[in-house]
Write a protein that binds this ligand. Structure first.
Ligand code: SDX
Length: 371
């Protein structure tokens, strides 16, 4: 009888812990943040409200929201010391490396970084939430040879993020589409980057270390890096009439089509309809029906070859492109959103911790000895 234990490669389908932060249900193709359907949150709530929901477990009342908004607006400015570090990095540095470095620097500068408690970690989470937009916006501008744009505290989170990036006030429909993307990207149970954050937290390491590790995991094109890769695919294909030859060649070479498939959802990603609607509003706003034709053609042709459906990164990438973000900036935008989910899970892991340390099954040399 084979006494080898069963290996669960990639932990696929393996429940490893409870979480109250979100529920991903592939059977009903649904996603709940603390019990609320993400589609309702994307329609009715600001990203600031969703952040507080993920951290505290309930939507904020007016006083709680006002207090957080005041905190966030007073902590937006790019720290001068952090700016010096960013300026020391080559403009060719990948923006995910810049963001990862920035979080490390923030941790090194935070005298309370080693304090692991629910309250201290909530404070750190709020500081990261407020500080990341300036890092991401400044890094795109410096790559373009443009100067720093100071934040404006008369603008909400999404308006200000776009202001600091482009130096002008975005149209309301652009701001709203950006807000929708932040809400949809915020949280998704034990995805690879969130689980990375939980593993690091389980050793009682600090929140900044856990977020830094999560950023490293999110960078990969099988995970968050897919939104950047989707845009690279669109650029490579060019126009809708070139989809079929491109796709046939890609599949013949066993390439993964970025923005499609999901480890948990097998009948489509519950977030896609909401993000696609936002993309359609951006396509109308910018008059880019050609992009929608390319988007739909690739989805249709791939669907006819493999029953694999789009994930959130597929509509998110072109949406950010239309807004004017450089392609390498896309995944840092994912970081600015997912830092809320990561830090909610970090606090949950710390509150009922157990060191995460799975087993391995040895298949190397039998024991042998040095001659
Ligand atoms: C995110 O986990 C999360 O929740 C993540 C996320 C979040 O919010 O945190 O939702 C965000 O990361 C979304 C996923 C973004 N990644 C991509 O778009 C990259 C492309 N997708 C694939 O690499 C893939 O679909 C994964 C990695 C997302 C999921 O892969 P699985 O579940 O491990 O499935 P698999 O790779 O074993 O594929 C099963 C079959 C294979 O075919 P066979 O070898 O059995 O013949 O489906 C094929 C795969 O080749 N397949 C694809 C494909 N996805 C699966 N073939 C071509 N293109 C694809 N995109």
């Amino acid at each position: 009888m084979n006494d080898q234990p069963e290996i669960h490669k990639g932990l696929a389908g393996v429940p490893v812990d409870y979480t109250a932060v979100s529920k991903v249900n592939p059977e009903t193709n649904s996603l709940l943040y603390r019990g609320y359907p993400v589609q309702e949150l994307a329609e009715k709530c600001s990203f600031e409200e969703v952040a507080l929901l993920l951290w505290n477990g309930d939507l904020p009342n007016a006083t709680e929201l006002a207090s957080f908004v005041a905190f966030e607006r007073s902590h937006r400015r790019l720290d001068p010391g952090l700016r010096l570090v960013i300026d020391a990095l080559p403009v060719s540095a990948h923006p995910m490396d810049v963001v990862r470095t920035a979080v490390s620097i923030m941790g090194a500068n935070d005298l309370a970084s080693g304090t692991v408690s629910p309250e201290a970690d909530l404070e750190k989470a709020k500081r990261l939430f407020a500080a990341l937009p300036a890092v991401i916006a400044y890094d795109q501008r410096r790559r373009r040879g443009e100067g720093l744009v100071e934040p404006r505290d008369d603008l909400d989170y999404s308006q200000n993020f776009l202001w600091m990036t482009f130096g002008d006030e975005a149209a309301p429909e652009v701001v709203d589409a950006f807000r929708v993307s932040m809400v949809l990207y915020a949280e998704h149970s034990f995805n690879a980057s969130t689980f990375t954050a939980r593993v690091i937290t389980s050793t009682l390491a600090d929140l900044y270390s856990a977020v830094t590790g999560a950023i490293g995991a999110l960078k990969g094109p099988l995970h968050g890096g897919a939104n950047e890769a989707v845009m690279q695919t669109f650029t490579e294909i060019g126009t809708a009439d070139r989809v079929v030859p491109w796709l046939d060649d890609a599949l013949a070479n066993k390439k993964k089509i970025m923005g499609f498939g999901h480890r948990v959802y097998k009948n489509g990603d519950s977030r896609v309809p909401t993000m696609r609607a936002a993309l359609e509003r951006m396509i109308a706003h910018y008059g880019r029906e050609d992009m929608l034709e390319l988007y739909d053609t690739l989805e249709r042709e791939f669907g006819e070859r493999k029953s694999i459906k789009p994930n959130l990164d597929y509509p998110a990438g072109p949406t950010y492109h239309l807004m004017g973000f450089d392609t390498p900036t896309f995944t840092p935008l994912f970081v600015a959103s997912r830092v809320t989910g990561w830090t909610a899970h970090i606090r949950e892991q710390a509150a009922a911790n157990s060191l995460i340390r799975p087993l391995s099954v040895y298949n190397g040399h039998d024991e042998r000895h040095v001659p």
